[in-house]
Design a protein around this ligand. Structure first.
Ligand code: PBG
Length: 340
C-alpha cells in the first residue's frame, strides 16, 4: 500500500466483526428449538418406514415409529409436529370421504401422539389432497375442471371437527378456499372446541417448490400428472399485495397464527406482513426448499450445515416467529448458536 494513502473514516462497521465473541454480542437473530415445527409423513401399519426419494433424510413413518420420533424430538427441545398422511390409494375417492372418517390416518395419529405425549403440540392439516383421487385440495365440479369453494369448505369444517376431537392443538386449513377460516372457527366454537386454535395457511402461494411433498403424500401420483395446477386457489407468485390481503383477511376471520408459505423465496411477504399484524407469523420452509439444499450439498456445491443455517436464520430475520421445516429434525445444539 502506498505509504501516503490514508483512509480517514470514523465509521468502521468491521469493529463489530473483529472476533467471534464480538460477532455474537451484536448478533440480532437466533434459532431456538422452541420455534420449530417438524412436518412429518405418516403411513398405515406397524414398524414401517419408507424413504421419500425426492427428500433425502425424510421418511414416511407408521404411527408407532412416529411416537419414537416424538420422544427424540422432545428431548431435543422440539415440541411441535405437523403430520401429513400418505393414504393408501384404495382409500382415495373423488369426494375425499375418508377425510371425514374419525378413524382416518390423520385422526388416529393425532390421538395417539396426544395420548402418549400431551406436551407435543400437534398441528393438523385441513385439506383434501391426501384423500382425493385427483390430488386437489378441494372437490371438483362435474366437468372435473373447477374446484368448488363452498362445498369444499363444508367438508373442511367436518375435517377440522374430527381433528379437534382427536386432540389437535391447532387446525391448519391449507386448502386455500375463500371463507374457510371463519367457517371453521364457527364450527369449532359451536361444538365446544373453543380452545382449538387455527394456524391459517394465510398467504399460500401456488409454488413449484411443493413437488417433493406431493411425492411424499402421493397427491401428484393420484392426479396422474407431474404438475398439479392449483393456481385457481393458491396465490399467484408474482403478487405481494394479494398475499398481504389474504393474510389480513385470515386475521379478520379468526386465525390465531398467520402463515406465509413457501418461506425462503417469500421473505418479502413475511417482512411486509410483520408490521401489519400483532399475531404470530409462521413460515413454512417447504419441501422443495429443503430438497434443493440437500441436492446441492450432495453434489458438493454447497456446505449443507451452513446452507441449512442460513436458509433458516433468513426466515427469522424476515420476522417469522415459528418455522415449519424438514430441517428441524437435523438441527444440533451447535446450529442454534452458530453465527455463520
Ligand atoms: C396441500 C399442501 C401442500 C403442502 C402442504 N399442504 C402442497 C400442495 O399445495 O400441493 C406443501 C408442503 C411442502 O411442500 O413441504 N394441502
Amino acid at each position: 500500500m502506498n505509504e501516503n494513502f490514508k483512509l480517514d473514516i470514523p465509521k468502521r462497521p468491521r469493529r463489530l466483526r473483529k472476533s467471534a465473541s464480538i460477532l455474537s454480542l451484536s448478533q440480532e437473530n437466533f434459532l431456538n428449538p422452541a420455534d420449530f415445527i417438524l412436518p412429518v409423513f405418516v403411513i398405515d401399519g406397524r414398524n414401517r418406514t419408507q424413504n421419500v426419494p425426492s427428500m433425502p433424510g425424510v421418511q414416511r413413518l407408521s404411527i408407532d415409529k412416529l411416537l419414537r420420533k416424538c420422544d427424540s424430538l422432545l428431548k431435543k427441545g422440539i415440541a411441535a409436529i405437523a403430520p401429513f398422511p400418505s393414504v393408501d390409494m384404495r382409500l382415495k375417492t373423488p369426494d375425499a370421504a375418508e377425510a371425514l372418517n374419525e378413524k382416518s390416518l390423520t385422526n388416529r395419529t393425532i390421538r395417539e401422539v396426544k395420548k402418549r405425549f400431551p406436551e407435543m403440540a400437534v398441528i393438523a392439516d385441513i385439506a383434501l389432497d391426501p384423500y382425493t383421487t385427483h390430488g386437489h385440495d378441494g372437490l371438483l365440479d362435474e366437468s372435473g375442471r373447477e374446484i368448488l369453494n363452498d362445498e369444499t369448505v363444508e367438508v373442511l369444517c367436518g375435517m377440522a371437527l374430527g381433528a379437534a376431537s382427536a386432540g389437535a392443538d391447532f387446525v391448519a386449513p391449507s386448502a386455500a378456499m375463500d371463507g374457510r377460516t371463519s367457517a371453521i372457527r364457527e364450527a369449532l366454537d359451536e361444538c365446544g372446541f373453543t380452545k382449538t386454535a387455527i394456524m391459517g395457511y394465510s398467504a399460500k402461494y401456488a409454488s413449484c417448490f411443493y413437488s417433493p411433498f406431493r411425492d411424499a403424500v402421493g397427491s401428484s401420483k393420484s392426479a396422474g400428472t407431474p404438475t398439479l395446477d392449483k393456481r385457481s386457489y393458491q396465490i399467484n407468485c408474482a403478487n405481494s399485495r394479494e398475499g398481504l390481503k389474504e393474510a389480513l383477511l385470515d386475521e379478520d376471520e379468526g386465525a390465531d397464527v398467520l402463515m406465509v408459505k413457501p418461506a425462503g423465496f417469500y421473505l418479502d411477504i413475511i417482512a411486509s406482513l410483520r408490521p401489519l399484524t400483532n399475531l404470530p407469523i409462521a413460515a413454512y420452509q417447504v419441501s422443495g426448499e429443503y430438497s434443493m439444499i440437500c441436492a446441492a450439498a450432495k453434489l458438493g456445491w454447497l456446505d449443507f450445515e451452513k446452507a441449512k443455517y442460513e436458509s433458516l436464520i433468513s426466515i427469522k430475520r424476515a420476522g417469522a416467529d415459528m418455522i415449519l421445516s424438514y430441517f428441524a429434525d437435523s438441527l444440533e445444539p451447535n446450529d442454534y448458536f452458530r453465527s455463520q
